[in-house]
Design a protein around this ligand. Structure first.
Ligand SMILES: Nc1nc2c(ncn2[C@@H]2O[C@H](COP(=O)(O)OP(=O)(O)OP(=O)(O)O)[C@@H](O)[C@H]2O)c(=O)[nH]1
Ligand SMILES: [Mg+2]
Length: 459
């Protein structure tokens, strides 16, 4: 897909997921879409705009393919801003493929990933942050992530960014007038007022950025690996956290051979749990492979739970597992499991296992994992965080806002150092550009390519 491509051609795609479904939609957008839709449905007259017409759909050889609802939405008041025709067919993959092929034979070309939404952006129907929200909405892993995406699509982030950008543009206009005209034509800006305006913009950026950590976690999830020596209860803890019997549990050490992965929702943040094979020296070739995979899971994790069996004295394998966890240097929680049994290990005994890591007590067998949940909230920064809806939920937006904030800080320093307005304006212009990357005013073709290539086809 080339974001710079003209939007004068007509694109078509199956907009619903692959497989059989109640309904499957073929979407067509561009100047030829009305003509193509009429051709496919053999309609003598134009369909009424935004009206569902029952229609038979034929291929190029006049063979009946399906019966569908035809919906025609003329531009510019359509999703893409162009003429859009949608055929809601019976959702069988063969029928849909044939309807699409017929649209292509009639002159459309296959749409690239995200190309409908790209056109919506290029035609000014959505700004870039809203276009990204479309993909996030589709992919939202939890209700909290969905709420952030829905609000972003509704323009919550765009409005905030747009406000800050236009405040910066106002400042720039005043400063440029000051540089271009004599003092008697344009009086110089009040420096104290300029400094306080920059201050308040800086604060608004800080406030937005303060929501980014939580927002990004809600969008991507947090990967947590359960590691430890064999038989300590890693798989049982996984099951307890998920409240299911996902992992096989037996009293035989070395039960888990492969890394298991499953998600659960912790305060709206998707936690991707990895249960791993117990770490120990072994000659069993299958177990050896499992232990290697455990190490990779440890490396790939955002946080680690080091699981120990508190009902028996610590063993060499526990020390080895702890050493690996220390080397991985990830945020860590130590779980002393099997607290329902008489304990042989206390929190003080394992202080050196993972210095500074919180130590919690669990009894996976009784689903007693509240302390672990609470420690997870703290370790990933959920505890104490403002539970409100995050404004910022992507690393791209976080980076652009950070740049805008730093540019404004530079502008503020220039004011404090009594620098002339043209030097102050460099930082303000930098902030305008950084903010415009979020909403798209200053987005390059390469950036658009990166963003839209992540979309699914048909969106
Ligand atoms: N009493 C008690 N037993 C537990 C607890 N958690 C796990 N167990 C028992 O400990 C044994 C091992 O549990 P698993 O969950 O398979 O341990 P694991 O760490 O996944 O073991 P590997 O996969 O072999 O590394 C099983 O017999 C469990 O029933 C607990 O909290 N209390
Ligand atoms: Mg296991």
């Amino acid at each position: 897909m080339n974001p710079g491509a003209s939007t004068t051609d007509t694109i078509a795609a199956i907009a619903t997921p692959v497989g059989a479904g109640g309904i499957g939609v073929v979407r067509i957008s561009g100047p030829e879409s009305l003509w193509i839709a009429r051709r496919l449905t053999r309609r003598a007259r134009d369909p009424k705009p935004r009206y569902a017409h029952l229609a038979r759909v034929y291929d190029g050889n006049n063979e009946l393919i399906d019966q569908a609802l035809l919906l025609f939405m003329p531009g510019p008041r359509s999703y893409t801003g162009e003429d859009v025709a949608e055929l809601s067919c019976h959702g069988g993959p063969v029928a849909l493929r044939r309807v699409l092929d017929s649209a292509l034979a009639a002159g459309a070309r296959p749409a690239g990933p995200g190309e409908f939404t790209l056109r919506a952006f290029l035609n000014g129907r959505l700004d870039l942050a809203q276009a990204e929200a479309v993909a996030d909405l589709v992919a939202a892993p939890t209700p909290a992530a969905l709420a952030v995406a829905a609000n972003q699509l509704a323009g919550r982030l765009s409005d905030a960014v747009g406000d800050m950008r236009s405040a910066c543009l106002d400042l720039l206009a005043q400063m440029e007038a000051e540089v271009d005209f004599d003092e008697d034509e344009v009086p110089p800006m009040d420096r104290a007022l300029l400094a306080s305006t920059l201050d308040s913009l800086h604060q608004r950026l800080e406030d937005a950025l303060a929501t980014a950590g939580r927002g990004i976690m809600q969008r991507h999830g947090v990967r947590v690996a359960l590691v430890g020596s064999p038989n300590v209860g890693k798989s049982s803890l996984m099951n307890a956290l998920l409240s299911t019997d996902r992992a096989i549990v037996t009293e035989i050490p070395g039960t888990t051979r492969d890394v298991l992965e499953e998600s659960f929702d912790l305060d709206g943040v998707p936690i991707v749990l990895n249960d791993t094979a117990g770490l120990r020296e072994t000659r069993d070739p299958v177990e050896t492979l499992g232990v290697e995979r455990s190490s990779r899971a440890l490396e790939g994790a955002d946080a680690v739970v080091l699981v120990l069996d508190a009902s028996r004295p610590l063993l060499g394998n526990d020390e080895t597992a702890a050493a690996r966890v220390r080397t991985a240097a990830k945020p860590t929680i130590v779980a002393l499991n099997k607290r329902d049994l008489p304990h042989a290990v206390r929190a003080a005994d394992v202080r050196d296992f993972a210095p500074n890591a919180p130590v919690v007590h669990t009894a996976a067998i009784r689903e007693d994992v509240n302390e672990l949940r609470e420690a997870l909230r703290h370790v990933i920064g959920l505890a104490g965080a403002d539970g409100g809806l995050a404004l910022v939920a992507s690393v791209r937006h976080q980076e652009a806002l950070t740049r805008a904030r730093d540019e404004l800080a530079a502008a503020h320093r220039a004011v404090s150092d009594d620098q002339p307005s043209d030097l102050v304006s460099i930082g303000v212009r930098g902030a305008v550009n950084a903010l415009g990357e979020i909403t798209g005013e200053s987005a390059t073709e390469d950036l658009l390519d990166v963003i839209f290539s992540k979309f699914c086809i048909g969106k």
